[in-house]
Design a protein around this ligand. Structure first.
Ligand SMILES: Nc1ncnc2c1ncn2[C@@H]1O[C@H](COP(=O)(O)OP(=O)(O)OP(=O)(O)O)[C@@H](O)[C@H]1O
Length: 776
């Protein structure tokens, strides 16, 4: 590229930066005027409102005047918010105005037009021409989809065809061009090399400048209600999903807000890891949750919900034997649609018999017994749904409670409690009596009325929580109704092996007030079928990361909980680490969806790890040969065969070497939390190290110890697998855990073992790693 061209480009950058500077100045000026307006409006809100409550008409007029004033205020606040957003984007553009340029000659046009692409759009000073196109604009899609040559894009008015005569990439920092490449088919391998060769960080970065063609398809898909992405470890699923969120927020900016989108992440640490990507792209973060938190919010508070991580930990630490087999058989069956069918049959059965109700009690007094409620319930016409009948029971119970309350308020305890009421209660009673013009001077009658009122207040207050529970239909004992499923007789075809044992252990857990994780969704499904469910209509798009961890039953629950939603579903079958997902359908299984509404895309190219790490890791999983490592070289993974007592000093040496190499994040990865705690005990005090647990919500640079299930979705400059011996990794189900752990490393991977090595390593050809034996 000729030197003068770079000079010309820099001159253009300078001009654009000047325009940005002027815009920033202008908006800052306007913003302070709007801000002043807001402050004045807030200060003088009531002065500018006409308040008159004399006649009904005056009241309406007052209401209208308040509404008008409030609308004015909120309009100004909205403008202020928009200006802030514009300023943030402009400030970012001032540093890096754009990262790409394409020259495109539309069919039938004589000249090619140069289009510059950045994270936001920018018009010239006269607001006539685009100096920068937002990467999400339709025309910008060509930058990601085509090499120079014939190309096209879908504009709002239809397809536009033409010829791309140039595709150029820039690295611009602080307004200075640091690098400039004209690129071919894929978006600059040179730039991608540079980006991927950089250090890992405690926060994920946006990939806007280097989005690959196949990722662009995910990002810009608008046609399919359910978009499933099966992608190898490190293929950019999460990155593409976040870019997609930014794309959709831009594309549907008039109708879609960030709080209409919800992202399910695998663990709280991951939420913090990805939290800066959207703000970096000038968008607000979407609602984030974990599936466990989402379920916990809905499950009855009487039950102690098991954490999915505890379930995994329990399965991984339990010795091989009957107990483990039963637990796994239970987990798998309860994740299946066959079990949901069983619950549907149970719900049908409940129409005729089997509902269990709680006694309605107040101060140790049974107002209506559960048995009596049952009789009333089953006396209602059984053609109605369970919910309809329960609503009638609810109204009947509220009447019974009202009658009870009237009687009960005559009791002595009520007056005793009334003496404890505070001054404000007395003042309000006095006011009420006065309003009713019932309070003249001290007459006997007034004292009597006052006492009646006091009794009523006390009783109403005390009975209110009970009424609340009845209104929520909490008189149904869902816990018991659910555990009854495990007392029924079934034919052998409908139940899995070990059903008897599964029943026994489930009953025991429910009797103790525990809800095993595998029962959480089936239980909620049944409970909401009985007591009704409120669908969430606010959320219109769900993004589900690590979707291989979700069962068909969980998918169907989410579909019902978010009835209007579209979903972007991303995952990797090779990283399934929960017992429910292994060798079974998961949310990634296409056939679980209506064929007209679903599209499945596959990402095979992996960007995170060096070619050496990926060649090593992909040999571990079936079908791994299809995964294409990105061509970035590094050290061969190192397998160190040592003794238990030799491990600490090897780890400490490695950590020093990583630091000397300039690495900033490195993890010692264990299979379980138990193993991580052991490693932590071994190393704490000897180096600066942090143990990551379920309760860790953020991780910083440095050395951490972490179990695989908490490291999902996250990456490190270097990773050490703490125990790659046969004792630790040999069960069929542990293969994917092992693969997930290895693929967390970007630049270096070390595996330690003592005793026999994991049989999974037998699948890796010796040329793909370096073997060292240290110790006796
Ligand atoms: N087009 C791209 N340009 C630059 N970097 C990319 C690109 N695609 C992916 N990466 C990088 O590759 C790494 C892995 O990406 P990401 O975490 O999104 O992959 P993933 O498929 O979700 O991985 P996993 O399933 O292992 O969690 C990240 O560092 C990301 O920045």
């Amino acid at each position: 590229m000729v030197r003068s061209e770079r000079k010309q480009e820099q001159e253009r950058v300078n001009e654009v930066v000047d325009v940005i500077g002027e815009k920033i100045e202008k908006i800052t000026g306007k913003k302070s005027t709007v801000k002043k307006g807001i402050v004045d409006l807030r200060k003088n809100f009531w002065e500018d409102v006409t308040v008159n409550l004399d006649e009904t008409d005056d009241v309406y007029e007052t209401q209208a005047s308040i509404k008008q004033q409030a609308e004015l205020l909120s309009e100004r606040e909205r403008r202020h918010g928009q200006m802030n957003k514009q300023l943030k984007t402009l400030t970012r553009l001032q540093d890096t105005p754009y990262f790409g340029r394409i020259d495109f000659r539309e069919e039938d046009e004589k000249r090619a037009e140069s289009l510059y692409i950045g994270i936001g759009s920018l018009m010239d000073a006269k607001n006539e021409d685009f100096l920068i196109y937002d990467w999400r604009a339709p025309v910008a899609s060509m930058y990601y989809d085509y090499a120079p040559g014939p190309s096209k894009y879908a504009s709002l008015d239809g397809e536009v065809r033409g010829n791309m005569t140039l595709k150029r990439q820039f690295i611009i920092r602080e307004g200075k061009i640091k690098g400039m490449f004209d690129t071919g088919l894929t978006i600059g391998d040179a730039l991608l090399q540079a980006v991927l060769g950089g250090k890992a960080s405690s926060h994920m970065k946006s990939i806007v400048a280097t989005i690959q063609k196949e990722q662009n398809q995910i990002i810009r898909n608008e046609t399919d209600r359910y978009l499933i992405v099966q992608g190898a470890a490190g293929s950019g699923k999460t990155s593409a999903a976040l870019q997609r969120v930014a794309f959709l927020l831009y594309r549907y900016r008039k109708t879609l807000r960030s709080d209409n989108m919800m992202l399910f992440s695998p663990n709280p640490l991951f939420s913090s890891f990805i939290s800066s990507v959207l703000p970096e792209l000038g968008e607000e973060n979407v609602v984030q949750t974990t599936f466990k938190d989402f379920i916990e919010d809905r499950i009855c508070r009487d039950l102690q919900l098991e954490n999915p991580f505890d379930q995994t930990e329990a399965c991984l630490t339990m010795a091989d034997g009957e107990q483990l087999k039963t637990r796994i058989a239970g987990i798998r069956f309860k994740a299946s649609l066959a079990y949901r069918e069983m619950i549907d049959n149970w719900l049908e059965h409940l129409k005729a018999e089997g509902m269990i109700f709680r006694d309605i009690t107040f101060r140790d007094h049974i107002i209506v017994s559960g048995k009596e409620i049952g009789n009333y319930f089953y006396a209602l016409p059984n053609g109605q749904t369970l919910l309809n009948r329960l609503e009638q029971v609810r109204d009947w119970l509220l009447r019974r409670i009202a009658a009870f309350s009237k009687r009960e308020r005559k009791e002595d305890w009520v007056l005793e409690e009334a003496e404890l009421l505070d001054k404000s209660d007395y003042a309000s009673i006095f006011e009420k009596l006065q309003q009713k013009k019932q309070f003249s001077e001290e007459t006997f009658d007034d004292f009597d009325r006052e006492e009646q009122l006091l009794r009523k207040i006390v009783m109403n207050r005390r009975i209110k929580p009970l009424r609340g529970k009845v209104k929520q239909l909490e008189f149904v004992n869902c816990q018991k109704v659910y555990s009854e499923i495990f007392y029924q007789e079934y034919t052998n075809e409908t139940v899995p092996d070990r059903w008897g044992d599964i029943c026994r252990s489930t009953r025991m857990r429910f009797e103790e007030g525990d809800c095993p994780w595998e029962d959480a969704v089936p239980y909620l499904y049944m409970k909401e079928k009985i007591q009704g469910r409120k669908g969430n209509h606010e959320i219109r798009h769900l993004i589900i990361d690590e979707a291989q961890d979700y069962s068909p039953a969980q998918l169907s629950y989410l579909q019902a909980a978010f009835p209007r939603c579209r979903m972007t579903i991303l995952g990797d079958m090779n990283q399934a680490i929960y017992a429910q997902s292994l060798a079974a359908d998961t949310m990634l299984s296409e056939h679980l969806y209506n064929p007209d509404e679903v599209k499945k895309l596959t990402l095979l190219r992996s960007y995170r790890s060096t070619k050496e790490i990926m060649n090593f890791s992909r040999a571990i999983v079936p079908g791994g040969g299809q995964i294409e490592p990105f061509d970035r070289s590094g050290k061969l993974p190192e397998w160190i065969d040592t003794t238990e007592s030799g491990k600490a000093s090897i780890i400490l040496d490695k950590i020093s070497a990583f630091k000397a190499n300039g690495f900033e994040t490195f993890a010692l990865i264990g299979k379980t939390m138990k193993e991580c705690r052991e490693a932590y005990t071994l190393l704490k005090g000897k180096t600066d190290v942090k143990l990551i647990t379920q309760a860790t919500y953020q991780f910083d640079k440095g050395f951490i110890i972490i179990p695989t299930y908490l490291a999902k979705g996250i990456e490190f400059d270097a990773a050490i697998i703490y125990d790659a011996s046969a004792d630790n990794y040999s069960r069929k189900s542990e293969r994917t855990i092992f693969y997930t752990a290895c693929t967390r490393a970007m630049h270096e991977l070390v595996l330690l073992s003592s005793g026999d090595k994991s049989p999974f390593l037998n699948d890796v050809s010796e040329e793909h790693y370096l073997y060292t034996r240290i110790g006796d």
